[in-house]
Design a protein around this ligand. Structure first.
Ligand SMILES: NC(=O)c1ccc[n+]([C@@H]2O[C@H](COP(=O)([O-])OP(=O)(O)OC[C@H]3O[C@@H](n4cnc5c(N)ncnc54)[C@H](OP(=O)(O)O)[C@@H]3O)[C@@H](O)[C@H]2O)c1
Length: 353
């Protein structure tokens, strides 16, 4: 029996995770948490709405933490699992992007293992299957391109949150859906891949694959390229992470290969500057990735509330990155300060936007 603590149980990933747990008698929910929504109807010995997630984890003593909280709010739970040698099924990419070296060090010291839930990273994890990064030429993250693929900047000036929320292939929470429309999601995933797989940024490529059938690829040094294919359905990577390494059955239909045509395109970095900004922040290191994430969270919230234009999301983030200190954080408290500093700069910029 694996005792699962599900953080973010009321969200898109959280609801699908409950479906997976319900279908597998070897999994049981020992704890569930949400930010403010009611957890009525979800059965678990420990439940918590809001508050300190590490207190809940201390009480519940899980075997695996599925961190499906959205945003920087998931940071303490990520570090908690890594430090204690508890498996971390990681959907909350923002925490790894922000914590970076601190999270990797916590895992190396405490023994916590990261099992990616992001479909791209799950795909790469499976293609790598424990092979050393020395054998790898590069990792290739696939992107759907979002709802605005192929548009010009002029065509993006007046897009509304409703248009940006209409993702062509994935049904997800609102924050990640906007991140997919700006390509910030792929930017966060680039940084996530760097820390998850311990690979330099220049060895992580991004390619657009509009139907989201190829979840990602690994190029090896001998010229072979392994790809992971499947319908875009998050139950697969969630199930993989929760039942690792047994790869339990899911109710998905087999992939109909004869109906597929696979196209790949280079991403449009000029129309969607959030991807290049992420690469820049990742390469600078220190708390630049944390600042990127924090300013993006502020800008996305403002866009969703109708207080910021779509194209200005990248402006707010670029402005914050240009003004933050960016020096490395020695502990999580310093990381929380770096996050707050970037949010304050983003708020300042919003006031004049
Ligand atoms: N959805 C996907 O298909 C997908 C795919 C790959 C990766 N991810 C990643 O998975 C994470 C969750 O995404 P999502 O789409 O599931 O988001 P979502 O639908 O917006 O759900 C977010 C969840 O986090 C909870 N939450 C927010 N703040 C919290 C806090 N302070 N303490 C405890 N819980 C808190 C929310 O609770 P309330 O309901 O109370 O607000 C909700 O349960 C994100 O990091 C996202 O990037 C998602």
């Amino acid at each position: 029996m694996r005792r699962v603590a599900l953080l973010g149980a009321t969200g898109s990933i959280g609801r699908q995770a409950i479906e997976i747990v319900d279908a597998h008698p070897e999994l049981e929910l020992c704890a569930v948490a949400s930010g403010s929504s009611s957890l009525d109807g979800v059965e678990a010995p420990f439940k918590q709405v809001g508050g300190d997630l590490t207190r809940l984890l201390d009480e519940a003593e899980p075997d695996v933490v599925l961190n499906a909280v959205v945003g920087f709010a998931g940071i303490h739970a990520t570090i908690w699992a890594l430090e204690r040698g508890v498996d971390l099924a990681l959907a909350n990419k923002e925490s790894l992007v922000a914590a970076g070296e601190l999270a990797v060090a916590a895992g190396a010291h405490g023994g916590g293992r990261m099992l990616p839930v992001d479909s791209e990273h799950s795909a790469i994890y499976q293609c790598l299957e424990g092979r050393s990064v020395e054998q790898v030429h590069s990792l290739v993250l696939t992107a759907s391109g979002g709802p605005f693929r192929g548009r010009t900047r002029d065509e993006l000036r007046d897009v509304t949150p409703e248009q940006a929320l209409a993702h062509p292939t994935w049904h997800m929470g609102s924050k990640i859906t906007i991140d997919s429309a700006t390509l910030a999601n792929k930017g966060l995933e680039l940084i996530e891949a760097h820390f998850l797989f311990g690979i330099p940024y220049e060895q992580v490529e991004v390619v657009v694959q509009p139907t989201s059938i190829v979840h990602s690829l690994v190029r090896f040094r001998d010229g072979a390229v392994l790809a992971h294919l499947g319908y875009p359905d998050m139950r697969v990577p969630i199930s993989y992470a929760l039942t690792y390494p047994t790869r339990a059955a899911t109710p998905l239909a087999p992939l109909d290969l004869a109906s597929l045509t696979l196209e790949f395109h280079a991403p449009d970095l000029e129309t969607f500057p959030m991807l290049a900004l992420a690469r820049e922040a990742g390469e600078k290191g220190g708390t630049y990735p944390c600042a990127y994430n924090a300013a993006n969270e502020v800008a996305v919230a403002a866009f969703l509330e109708g207080r910021l234009a779509f194209l200005d999301i990248a402006e707010v983030v670029a402005d914050a990155l240009g003004r933050v200190d960016g020096s490395p954080a020695r502990d999580v408290d310093e990381l929380v300060e770096a996050d707050a500093a970037s949010r304050a700069l983003a708020d300042e910029r919003l006031a004049v936007a």
